[in-house]
Design a protein around this ligand. Structure first.
Ligand code: BES
Ligand code: MN
Ligand code: ZN
Length: 498
């Protein structure tokens, strides 16, 4: 699809469908709406009177061949109250628009962006909203194509500000790349575990590295054993599929710049191991590698955008299955760092593999490390499907993440790391235990990870449940969300020394 930006009047747009984004109104004072109202015999006035269209968020009107407009159809979409409009309002409106017949069934569309909304963030959000909203989940149905059946050949952002065209073009293009990154994360995340074993996943990452221009080194089970990654080895020992450990690198700067390291949980299927999960919803655990998918996609996106930072991605990949060779509750393992861990619950596997990866990060003398993982079910009782709890040890890093969260509308909220949670992870007979029980499960897991970090700023993002949109929202169709790609890409784009 061509993503274009042009200056011009909405009446002149020679497209199949023109989209007008309209803030809530109490009177038709908007010039284009007045023209449209006049061209349609007062249709908009009537719709206003019967409260069908007042520019509220989610409202829409489709008009066919209004006179005075070159476009064959004009659709008006409500943006909601003017004082609450931000970039995400545009993302949401375009997400909804992307699934409307008047967009889906045509070849060319334009969306009018006018004062006071002409800025890069909104142009980027328009591109993101359209692409993210029209994303079609993987399709394994026989005889059906596994691609989105999008007809749209071009989407033009039309503006009344001629001098802004170039800036908007760059922003729209950036939005496209970011949305494609998020879609890549969604696809990886949704791929069934039989099609995405650690081995296959590593091969796919290698392919992506070639396609998008970043480096990808794969440690196989022998190299992992040589590294003494006791956590990763323990989790993987119950499966016939061998583990992998990926080192991804985007070199955006000279070798001297210390890298920002991203760590992503790559459990390609989590049955819980001997501490087996209940059968209900266990199939969703094919997505227990979403943290890693977000890291792969973010590094691919950083490479495509040419972000001028050195970025490293560390990804432990394994299945967590019960079997005769599986790690057992009560077993004591030795981690890469040398610390001993008593396994209380084999379903608390994510922290074991992340711990080894966090320790491995020391090799890079990182300026900061951020891990992202579908780590604890307890997230459901903290922020539910509305946002991701985060913890960290550096106020500047937390502020940077909060800033990126605010501008991308991928919501995170900081939780405390108190000694109570650290105490819960102490074992009677080993250095640590891997489960602190049910209370504050998200934070005891974080406290466990903290034992494995080096002397650097660290943040942990728990995306359990955020990885999976349960119903479908404006630009996140039901299923894998790819949550985190916009957040991390924004964070890296606006990075400041912490
Ligand atoms: N992958 C799960 C966490 C999870 C649960 C993510 C539900 C998304 C939805 C993780 O490995 C896990 O099983 N955690 C346990 C830890 C507990 C045994 C200490 C949990 O949260 O119940
Ligand atoms: Mn688990
Ligand atoms: Zn898990």
């Amino acid at each position: 699809m061509n993503l274009l930006v042009a200056a011009g009047a909405p009446q002149e747009a020679a497209v199949d469908t023109l989209v007008l984004l309209v803030p809530s109104f109490e009177e038709i004072t908007h010039k284009t709406l007045q023209a449209l109202d006049a061209a349609t015999d007062g249709t908009l006035t009537s719709l206003y009177d019967i409260e069908e269209f007042r520019g509220k968020e989610g409202e829409s009107v489709a008009l066919f061949r209004p006179s005075g407009f070159v476009a064959r159809r004009v659709i008006c979409l409500g943006l909601g109250a003017a004082k609450e409009i931000n970039a995400d309002s545009f993302r949401r409106a375009m997400g909804r628009a992307s699934r409307m017949k008047a967009i889906r069934s045509v070849e060319t569309a334009a969306v009018y962006l006018e004062k006071p909304y002409v800025d890069s963030a909104n142009a980027g959000a328009i591109a993101e909203g359209y692409l993210l909203g029209s994303f079609k989940m993987l399709n394994y149905k026989t005889g059906e194509e596994n691609v989105a059946d999008l007809k749209l050949q071009s989407l033009t952002i039309l503006t009344d500000q001629k001098q802004s065209v170039k800036k908007l073009q760059g922003a729209a293009e950036r939005g496209r790349v970011i949305a494609e990154g998020q879609i890549l994360a969604r696809r990886l995340s949704a791929t069934p575990a039989n099609d995405l074993t650690p081995k296959k996943y590593a091969e796919e990452a290698r392919r992506l590295a070639k396609e998008f221009g970043f480096e990808c080194k794969v440690l196989d089970e022998k190299a992992i054993a040589k590294e003494k990654m006791g956590g990763l080895l323990a989790v993987s020992q119950g499966s016939a599929e061998p583990p992998r450990f990926l080192v991804l690198e985007h070199k955006g700067r000279s070798d001297k710049q210390k890298p920002i390291v991203l760590v992503g949980k790559g459990v390609t299927f989590d049955a819980g191991g001997i501490s087996l999960k209940p059968a209900a919803n266990m199939h969703e655990m094919k997505q227990d590698m979403t943290g890693s998918a977000v890291v792969v996609a973010t590094i691919a996106t950083a490479a495509r955008l040419g972000i001028a930072r050195n970025i490293v991605g560390l990804i432990p990949m394994t299945e967590n299955l019960p079997s005769g060779t599986a790690v057992k509750p009560g077993d004591i393992i030795t981690m890469r760092k040398g610390k001993t861990v008593e396994i209380i619950n084999t379903d608390a596997e994510g922290r074991l593999i992340l711990a080894d990866a966090l320790d491995y990060a020391n090799n890079f003398e990182p300026q900061a490390v951020i891990d992202i993982a579908t780590l604890t079910g307890a997230c459901l009782f903290i922020l539910g499907y509305a946002g991701a709890p985060i913890v960290g040890n550096n106020a500047n890093l937390m502020n940077l993440i909060r800033g990126a969260s605010d501008s991308t509308a991928e919501r995170v909220w900081e939780m405390p790391l108190w000694d109570d949670f650290r105490d819960a992870m102490k074992s009677d007979i080993a250095d640590l235990q891997n489960s602190g029980g049910r209370p504050a499960g998200t934070l005891t897991a974080s406290a466990f990870l903290e034992n494995f970090i080096g002397d650097w700023p660290w943040a942990h993002i728990d995306i359990a449940y955020m990885d999976l949109e349960p119903k479908g929202t404006a630009y996140t169709p039901k299923g894998a969300s790819g949550f985190g790609v916009r957040l991390l890409t924004e964070l890296l784009s606006n990075w400041k020394k912490v």
